[in-house]
Design a protein around this ligand. Sequence first.
Ligand code: ADP
Ligand code: MG
Length: 319
Amino acid sequence: MEFRLIDRIRERTAQAREDVRLGIGDDAALLVVPPGQELAVAIDTLVEGVHFPVGTAPADIGWKALAVNLSDLAAMGAAPAWALLALTLPHADPARVDGLAEGFAQLAREHGVALVGGDTTRGPFCLSVAVHGFVPQGQALTRAGACVGDAVFVTGTLGDAAGGLRLVQGERPFDPADDAHRSLRARLDRPVPRVRAGLALRGLAHACIDVSDGLLADLGHLCAASGVGVEVDCGALPLSAALCAVFGEADAREFALSGGDDYELCFTVPPARIAAVQAALADHGCRATRIGRVVEEQGVSLAGIGPVPHRRGWDHFPG
Ligand code: ADP
Ligand code: MG
């Protein structure tokens, strides 16, 4: 049965790439890294009930498992190439496997990502995806490198996925006929990784991180890695009309600061390159908003409010 499940995954995710010498089916995949490129590698695990609500559609889970990983590559300025999928299921469930594979494949095709291997085991439902991407030697974006005086930007809008989660949890009942509700749910279930924006930021941004655990938490990581501080202008946070319509502006701002699952890119740019960054992102239909500046005093502070505790945001092992 295991092998029939693997076949179902292979059929649904087929994606030809010349740099794949040997894909699914042998003991290991054989892959060719182009000369002059560094390999960027990341892995993320999704656990039912922790990273997606119980009852989430399998296709959404498959999409999201790849999306969160592509977001990590985007934050490094890496071009995605290959993925591995480790899947654990309580029992052989072809319908669930098909859904997972189809959601995964939808996003993989958009970025030309080949699924080249994985593992299939029995146990509590969870899945891990590992991704590999290329970045020209020495050009990767990292969390380090932010300089005092840089402007801090974020792509898209923040807090929508946190709003979507509140709707799923029933804090406010989800209304499928409401466009705003649907768009918030979509941000939670089908996050869109900023792959092209990440590539466009190569050679322009000083430092970059993807916002997965909440802006304050992730900016805190960027500050720590760069040895600087960031002052965030709360009034400048990009909030969607949908989020403000459903939850009001005060909650929307709170979600934008502390909610998780946004998968936007947060990056710093020297003032002289701001126009170039705006132009490069506009070419990809990506909006970026200036939300603050890099300062000497370490840590994240909110303009007009002051320093905020470092690790606000999701932590699997708090304390
Ligand atoms: P091995 O016992 O050598 O680890 P497996 O029986 O686990 O091999 O897997 C057989 C082949 O199928 C390998 O090429 C492996 O990478 C691939 N594979 C297994 N599970 C998955 C999966 N969930 N998604 C993609 N490829 C998989
Ligand atoms: Mg195996």
